[in-house]
Design a protein around this ligand. Sequence first.
Ligand code: F6P
Length: 371
Amino acid sequence: MIKKVGILTAGGDCPGLNAVIRGIVKTADYASVETYGFMQGYKGLYYNNFMKLDPTVVSGIIAKGGTILGSNNKTNIFAMPVKDKNGEISFEDKSFEVVERLKRDNFDCLIIIGGDGSLKSARDFTRRGLNVIGVPKTIDNDVPYTDTTFGFNTAVTVATEAIDRIRTTAESHGRILVLEVMGRYAGWIALAAGIAGGADTVLIPEIPYDFKSIVNKINQRKSIGKNYSIIVVAEGAKPIGGNVAVKSIVSDSPDSIRLGGAGEFVAREVEKLIGQEARSTSLGYIQRGGDTSPYDRILSTEYGAMAMQMAIDEKFNNMVTMLNGKITYVPLEEVAGKDTAIGASSSNIKTVDLNSDMIQTARRVGICLGD
Ligand code: F6P
């Protein structure tokens, strides 16, 4: 019987993380398993910075966005920066000593709640002999082998409300309003919110867009007396033959590129082509903040409770998942991409399937996808 489990939340924060932690801790308590939370993701794991968890600590956090453990998306224990006496930085694999310490401290398992990059490291730890359970987390919904990730529903809810609100000024001023949403290199948030918000055009990374197509859609609306348009742009969307819009480079992060500016780029180009006022708004971190949607609270609780049950049943080195609506699990090796080397920051993401129901639906109701 397992007795002691560690938990960490890694990568970008996301609505539902606290509900997952709560699901894990409450399930563990009923099975007399001790739980400890490592602070700030892999950074706390490396520096052995943790807090004891129990039902009183997680009481009342089910709706609370973010994570009581803190997180970060910079630490890669398999490639830790080390400065020598001349100030030269090299990268060292510190995973062996971390695994040894966890075993010495009698941890039976580590539950890692993270996105594609964090789950890749989770898989790497299994290759170092650590018992690991992964939980798929991200507002981007781009983790493979699961119907959906918690956080996605809340982000789409926020983005949809934003579309409803910018429609007001678009109608009042006869403007082209552009909303930039997150999602990294996948267009799930843009596509789902675009359909929910009744957007006229949705631009996603999976379909490099043609401005001619966007202009045609705007003119088609004008021909029926609609002198305004709503365009939703995923932050990773790019024109045919063009590049993604980069906001900044976070040099000490395994995934250093921070996307941003795609929406403003589209607004400026469309205004030039159409000769009509265009304005852009970027939702940014608003999509990750605030309270968690009821759907995500349920999904997160299911994921957390299942993760702890898998640890109790010693079904290690798997990721909790929802497949065809059923809560189950898949091997972390599959999720991370078996062939990716230990320590490599390359990760395996799930992009929008261009034959999916959502894409077909968007086309059937006349949403322009930029092609
Ligand atoms: O992966 C979640 C996410 O919010 C992406 O949609 C976004 O591109 C990225 O994180 C931003 O990262 P950070 O929080 O480091 O700025």
